[in-house]
Design a protein around this ligand. Structure first.
Ligand code: SAM
Length: 256
């Protein structure tokens, strides 16, 4: 009841600030992870009503680096589309998804880049079961494991590590910083993040981590891939000519 009144009468900016203050005080992640799988399955069913989540064989093509679906299909979710097209452009030889959820991203990326080595991890056994029920073939042609990215780096080195809607939900005791640190240790070239940029100060956090003595990369460059509606962040250890360099955290908030 109080929630409904607040939502109705306060402007959106004020609701967001209140939500953040509440989160800071509670010092909790956004979800109780042990109960998360049910809620996530529900969310996936909802998103599926408006978006194509799994690229259907022979009903899509890639034209000049853009994924084009047959007109009878629902569109890809814009965040997913930007994520896949960015990874397609970077063409890593190997990758790791942290927080794979239902596995759709791993499956789709394997379809558009069939030659690359695919790895994925998630905190929850339940999510692993969910992934295998949706994409049984990933069991044989990818390397999947249960791992808490906030604890230590996974025992693996790949060209590119990415997340989609994971780091934003890790809020307790600033453990998102550990998650980011551990991702850098697992990556040889790139980190790609598709997150809600208002949930952490991602630019500032990554810059801070990059100055720590055990930061594994010699050089670091932060870029935005801006498709005019949302921003995806690319962190690279070499200069990338085709992307716009990020200069501060505010630039990430452009569409929020
Ligand atoms: C919002 S879901 C997103 C799932 C998937 N990336 C997607 O886009 O559908 C967040 C995922 O992150 C996983 N996760 C949460 N904390 C994690 C951690 N510390 N280490 C690894 N995975 C984690 C959850 O189990 C869940 O699958």
């Amino acid at each position: 009841m109080i929630k409904r009144i607040i939502k109705r009468y306060l402007p959106k900016g004020a609701v967001d600030i209140l939500r953040k203050v509440k989160k800071r005080i509670q010092n909790k992640d956004d979800f109780k992870w042990s109960e998360y799988n049910k809620e996530y399955s529900r969310q996936i069913s909802e998103v599926e009503k408006e978006n194509t989540l799994i690229l259907p064989d022979s009903k899509y093509s890639i034209v000049k680096g853009k994924i084009v679906l047959e007109s009878s299909l629902l569109p890809l979710h814009p965040n997913h589309k930007l994520l896949y097209e960015t990874i397609y452009d970077l063409k890593p030889g190997s990758l790791l998804e942290v927080g794979f959820g239902c596995g759709d991203h791993l499956d789709n990326i394997q379809k558009i880049l069939p030659e690359i080595e695919i790895n994925g991890c998630d905190l929850l056994e339940d999510q692993m079961r969910f992934l295998l029920s949706r994409h049984s073939e990933l069991k044989t042609n990818t390397n999947l494991f249960v791992h808490d990215i906030t604890l230590f780096p996974p025992n693996i080195k790949v060209d590119l590590v990415y997340t989609q809607a994971v780091i934003m939900h890790i809020q307790r005791n600033n453990r998102h910083l550990n998650a980011l640190r551990n991702m850098f240790h697992a990556s040889k070239k790139y980190i790609v993040l598709m997150e809600n940029w208002s949930e952490h100060k991602f630019y500032n956090d990554i810059t801070k981590i990059s100055r720590e003595p055990d930061f594994p990369w010699k050089n670091i460059y932060l870029y935005a891939n801006d498709d005019g509606k949302q921003i995806l962040m690319i962190i690279s250890n070499t200069v990338l000519e085709d992307y716009k360099e990020l200069h501060n955290n505010k630039e990430l908030l452009k569409y929020l």
